[in-house]
Design a binder for this molecule. Structure first.
Ligand code: SAM
Ligand code: SF4
Length: 316
């Protein structure tokens, strides 16, 4: 289905939970989530119903996210049910990767084809500073487990944080020389309560182009600008959501774990579908698609996202 600006909506991001086993400073507060009653969160059947409705409206790509989707008890069942929906041909999961060693193979069996693993640093002390939690013995455990599990595509997402990990751009990019993975550098977004970082943390992703000698790769219609290091097994991507918004080609809507459809990541507009039957959910999803704004306002340290939620409560 097209929105009012002619953009074809083919992609939904579904947040399965706002809980997480890490506490990344740019994503959620130290004290964790404000625990809602279980009955206020989407049930497995409601997630599957929402995915079915999305498919009926022309969505063919689903990304499961959170919070940390792998701490959700029934994540494998949800994946397995969603992968059987007619029209859905691409299921990805965004994860911090910590639980991939034990769950990777089951996710692949359940029909998940791609995984994006968030990893901002290759240094344990920095991992612990950013995530406010102990580092795993091997920071690459998630990447290695994902490759071993047989996902068709494995990507690493690194949020660029000025003064914290900008000295690791070369090392993170070099992962594409060693492993058949893509590494994507994501601009830090000024979300609701990600105020742990000052203005110097908000880097333009062009810094990556200044630090690395990269060959451009043809645009594939995704939000990342793509490049490659000579001789690499995978690509480098730049996701410049702050310095160069990609609203004009936005093809997605979002569903939060507590059952709100969001037309735009950076708007406070939310449409509840919790507790509704399929017909009503369809009506609300159409309303959500038609409510997509042409663009979100410019973002910066001073001009923060209009979404009144942290990223863990939206689904990044
Ligand atoms: N827990 C999973 C993970 O970390 O991959 C999935 C949820 S997390 C909210 C999804 C993505 O959002 C991660 O890649 C994370 O780095 C990114 N993210 C969270 N807060 C962000 C922010 N303020 N700016 C940019 N990216 C952010
Ligand atoms: Fe958890 Fe992912 Fe947010 Fe980090 S970015 S706190 S791993 S949800």
């Amino acid at each position: 289905m097209k929105d009012t600006f002619g953009r074809e909506i083919t992609y939904i991001r579904i947040s399965l939970t706002d809980k997480c086993n890490l506490r990344c400073r740019y994503c959620m507060p130290e004290e964790g989530v404000c625990l809602k009653d279980h009955s206020e969160m989407m049930s497995e059947d409601e997630f599957v119903q929402a995915a079915e409705v999305a498919a009926s409206l022309g969505v063919h790509k689903i990304r499961l996210t959170g919070g940390e989707p792998l701490v959700k008890k029934n994540v494998i069942d949800i994946c397995s049910r969603i992968s059987k929906i007619e029209g859905i041909n691409d299921i990805g999961i965004t994860t911090n990767g910590l639980l991939l060693p034990e769950m990777g193979k089951d996710l692949v069996k359940a029909g998940v084809t791609r995984t994006n693993i968030s990893l901002d640093t290759l240094k344990k002390d920095k991992f612990e500073y950013i995530s406010r939690r102990p580092a795993p013995r091997d920071l690459l455990c998630g990447v290695k487990a994902a490759l071993d599990a047989g996902f068709k595509k494995v990507k690493v997402n690194a949020v660029l944080i000025g003064g914290v990990n900008d000295d690791e751009i070369e090392d993170l990019a070099a992962l594409t020389l060693e492993y058949p993975i893509d590494v994507r550098f994501i601009e830090l977004m000024p979300m609701y309560d990600s105020g742990d970082f000052g203005p110097e943390a908000y880097l333009d992703s062009d810094i990556v182009l200044k630090k690395l000698k990269l060959d451009p790769v043809e645009d594939d219609g995704t939000v990342a600008k793509r490049y490659r290091l000579e001789g690499a097994k995978g690509e480098i991507g730049l996701i410049s959501a702050v310095s160069k918004s990609f609203c004009a080609t936005c093809n997605r809507i979002r569903l939060t774990a507590d059952g709100f459809l969001k037309p735009c990541l950076h708007s406070s507009q939310e449409i509840s579908i919790k507790g509704m039957d399929k017909e009503k959910v369809r009506e609300k999803m159409i309303e959500c698609i038609l409510a997509k704004p042409p663009c979100h306002p410019d973002l910066s340290f001073e001009h923060r996202s209009g979404s009144e939620r942290n990223m863990n409560r939206i689904g990044g």
